[in-house]
Unconditional design. Structure first.
Length: 251
């Protein structure tokens, strides 16, 4: 597996923040190389919307991203009934953004909360965007032999007082549901977080690694997801960013 422009010092620096574990395992591509820049589905109906980097402590996560990238994340706003924001955002360009997400502030528990119980931040999932309220996606999922949950209506109030609303849909009934993206429709809410969040970072590569890579790649193909899949002894979602302070690896 190539390490792009990372030196041993770079990898050590990332590992110290809990960001570089996937460099230590072996991985090989299944059907594609890690995507450069924008990641989309089989048609323009699916596009990368955001990548969720869950953290045990939101303030510490914000400081880490600011230190590594030179870009200061901003609050995504507050969900109804919440006293504090549970996330912070930076733009990744081309309609995508990174969400630094605190399961503890969002109510704790759940799969994402369990994934950071060891005190290490990690990418826990990613969202692909649609604009038709899942009209094309739902029959595609069913035609592939799977089911879905949702759509679920959600929303929050931005720090500037504006409201954003969206719906989420998840695939269910596959052997490896946890390795699948979820899907979002912003219902026309503007501005999109990729437009209102601090800019300066862009995606160099993005991929999903999994011990059952062949099965995962087949599921992706069946529902029109083109995110590259890597065979690995450890499941991980891997993101390399170009930033004002150079390349960084999040996983």
């Amino acid at each position: 597996m190539t390490m792009n422009n990372f030196s041993r010092r770079d990898i050590s620096r990332l590992a110290a923040f809990g960001l570089g574990a996937s460099f230590l395992g072996s991985a090989s591509a299944v059907g594609a190389e890690p995507a450069k820049g924008r990641v989309a589905g089989a048609s323009s109906a699916l596009a990368l919307d955001h990548i969720v980097w869950a953290v045990p402590d939101l303030d510490a996560g914000i400081r880490t991203i600011a230190d590594l990238t030179g870009i200061e994340p901003v609050s995504g706003g507050k969900a109804p009934g919440r006293e504090q924001s549970h996330n912070a955002l930076i733009s990744l360009g081309d309609g995508a953004y990174l969400e630094i997400f605190s399961p503890a502030r969002a109510g704790g528990g759940g799969r994402w909360g369990k994934l950071v119980e060891d005190g290490q931040p990690r990418i826990v999932s990613y969202a692909l965007r649609v604009t038709d309220r899942f009209a094309a996606l739902k029959p595609a999922i069913e035609a592939a032999g799977y089911s879905f949950t949702g759509p679920r209506a959600m929303g929050r109030v931005r720090p500037d007082g504006g409201a954003v609303n969206w719906e989420l849909l998840n695939i269910a009934g596959t052997p490896i549901d946890d390795a699948l993206p979820f899907f979002i429709d912003w219902l026309g809410s503007t501005p999109h977080p990729s437009e209102s969040s601090p800019k300066g970072a862009t995606i160099d590569s993005f991929s999903v690694a999994h011990p059952r890579a062949g099965e995962l790649a087949a599921i992706y193909a069946g529902i029109g997801v083109q995110t590259p899949v890597l065979a690995s002894n450890k499941a991980a979602i891997n993101l390399v960013l170009d930033t004002p302070r150079g390349k960084i690896w999040l996983s």
